[in-house]
Design a protein around this ligand. Sequence first.
Ligand code: COI
Length: 356
Amino acid sequence: MLNIKIERTASPKTKPDYSKLGFGKYFTDHMFLMNYSTEKGWHDARIVPYGPLPLDPSSMVFHYAQELFEGLKAYRKADGKIQLFRPMKNIERMNATCDRLCVPQIPAEDVLQAIKAVVEADKDWVPYDEGTSLYIRPFIIATDPMLGVHPSHTYIFAIILSPVGSYYAAGINPVKIFVEREYVRCVKGGTGRAKAGGNYAASLIGQKRAEDMGCAQVLWLDGVERKYIDEVGAMNVFFVIDGTVITPELTDGNILPGVTRASCVELLKKWGVPVEERKLSIDEVMEAHANGKLDEAFGSGTAAVISPIGELYDGDTKMVINNNEIGPVAKRLYDAITGIQWGKTEDIMGWIEKID
Ligand code: COI
């Protein structure tokens, strides 16, 4: 159990217009911080006014990217109460990423306590408007002031909060996705399954190429054979082929084990909808499209929730999926997951963690 000191801001900010939030543009009044040193372990848990972190320019995070993060949300129910969606899944993944990046783990119950405490401190910032939430961004950075390449001996764990609307400007409307054939996101044995900032740095070139093509995101293929589907830039991905929902399997360690991905698979199984976690090649998707059997495609993620894919661009080939409309599987999952998240439907899966 952490002993969290709280220093409240003397000058609270003006809240943004909650009908025009977008994603990740506004930050709340406070943040959670905790330090690590080899001698003291994780210590000095505190909530302080949101603001810059003074760091030595030689801090290892700036040079060797020993950094990791998570993303989850707090939701406001109609009765005003606030709740989290499966926070322990994020916390377990954070600690798995810590192991991969040689960062000392933080006890899961301490992370949950910290998340709840900082959300509680800024609870006025959890928006009420339909489709909005408070995005929670925990992250850890390596702070040793030295240039040798080795795991740092000191770290900062921080949690910042951002009131958000939908991740894509298009909202729940179908997005265009670009199939990246030149660059890869990760290779076997790499950091693909970790939520490491460096993964996203490596993905930017694909994201830029996607945007140049008028697409919202990039679809990554595996780094070894360059033919199996891994994931989309900020989401896991699902294809519905001839009535079966297929998502790339996690076993190769290339794919981020998404909390929304897991929730989709669990719900589909509960509903008795055929769902397969397996290798899926881009050729199989193209063939299914050519045969009229590609019923739907959609991405899943905390930020994006469920995002239908309306068009897939692969070189000169353009595939329009489900007439560029949200399909029944994506819609059912979106309604079920957001229903539980915002407390509109009963939490039959036991996924909710109440804050107040
Ligand atoms: C999330 O969905 O929470 C993510 O972390 C994706 C992100 C890179 C915006």
